[in-house]
Design a protein around this ligand. Structure first.
Ligand code: KDO
Length: 334
């Protein structure tokens, strides 16, 4: 039986063209989105403003061509192994630290030194300064990692499960102060006068609960997100490090993008960093009262004593010998 083929009228031809175009666009969009998955591993908790901004701001802005997938609480890679995972091609993105980078590029230890960065805006100016270019290039060449933006982590304060009065670094003598694993962190713990103990962030709550450590240091928002107020008694507002993190992406992945996609990724990172920065700053203003309401003592020590002790420790240390001549002055001048 002969099947009658309907005449291809101009109207039908137009409909077929539109349908085909829609199918091709749909497929290409789906294909490119499916092609590019951006997996991030970080030690931040899911409620941390940095994680929220990566999901809600960065993820939304790259959605037209990439699926952002955040893995928090070090659930994909242990804290301190993310950079190597990217270097090996096993991870696309992380939120890294100057202290972790300093393990590979020693100059980064200047950004982990106590009392160098003054505030969040100073961090932005430093990250954008031209003296950062050779440092960023070293990270790209050595680790296949591109640093997209600087994130404001907050002012780090000493947080103890014990209730002794802390006025000067001498009062931290013998205190087992958990610091993250990198050498630069351990040095900071010693500069504060304490006995630094390496421990991954994910283990800090239990470490304080069991008394494995006497205390830890983190910004107020981090202490809230990790519920560390449940296992500590006081926060000594040392403000010893205006801390930062960097949004980092595999350079191989970044270089595989079109110039338009690269511009979108860069803007999305800057927008996420700014969103998290503003929320973190607001939280820092409010959280002292939150911890007092939870029964913690929150007070300022002799800040001059802490600042002069910590700065002297760095200037006398081998770390300062690794800092390019004049870099500290350039940072201070910004
Ligand atoms: C921490 O382990 O104390 C630290 O604050 C170090 C930071 O660089 C960063 O890794 C942070 O943990 C995590 O993002 C958890 O907030």
């Amino acid at each position: 039986m002969e099947t009658k083929v309907p005449a291809v009228t101009p109207h039908l031809k137009r409909m077929l063209t539109v349908a085909t175009a829609a199918l091709v666009i749909g497929m290409s969009t789906m294909a490119s989105a499916a092609d590019l998955k951006l997996r991030m591993s970080a030690s931040a908790s899911a409620t941390d403003q940095r994680a929220v901004a990566m999901t809600e701001v960065f993820g939304a802005e790259v959605a037209p061509f990439a699926d952002f997938e955040g893995h928090w609480n070090s659930s994909l890679f242990k804290q301190g192994t993310d950079l190597e995972a990217i270097a090996r091609g096993n991870l696309d993105m992380t939120i890294t630290s100057a202290q972790e980078l300093a393990e590979f590029v020693p100059e980064f230890s200047i950004f982990s030194a106590g009392y160098v960065h003054r505030d969040a805006e100073h961090q932005k100016r430093v990250f954008a300064a031209d003296f950062m270019d050779p440092l960023k290039e070293q990270v790209e060449d050595l680790l296949n990692v591109k640093l997209l933006s600087v994130m404001y982590l907050g002012r780090r304060h000493v947080n103890l499960r014990t209730d002794q009065d802390v006025k000067t670094p001498a009062d931290l003598n013998g205190v087992k102060l958990r610091m993250p694993g990198s050498d630069a962190w351990q040095f900071l713990g010693r500069a504060l006068g304490a006995n630094p103990t390496p421990m991954a962030f994910a283990e800090v709550y239990t470490g304080l609960q069991t008394g494995a450590v006497d205390g830890q240091d983190n910004p107020l928002p981090t202490n809230k997100d990790a519920k560390l107020y449940e296992v500590t008694k006081q926060i000594v507002l040392t403000g010893h490090l205006v801390d930062l993190n960097y949004i980092a992406i595999s350079k191989k992945v970044f270089d595989s993008l079109t110039p338009e996609q690269q511009a979108i990724v860069q803007k999305a990172a800057d927008d996420a960093a700014e969103s998290a920065r503003q929320k973190q700053l607001k939280l820092e203003d409010e959280l002292a009262q939150f911890f007092i309401d939870k029964g913690l003592r929150v007070y300022e020590p002799d800040l001059q004593a802490f600042q002069s002790t910590v700065q002297a420790a760095y200037l006398e240390s081998d770390y300062s010998k690794q800092w390019p001549d004049g870099l500290l002055e350039k940072i201070n001048a910004l």
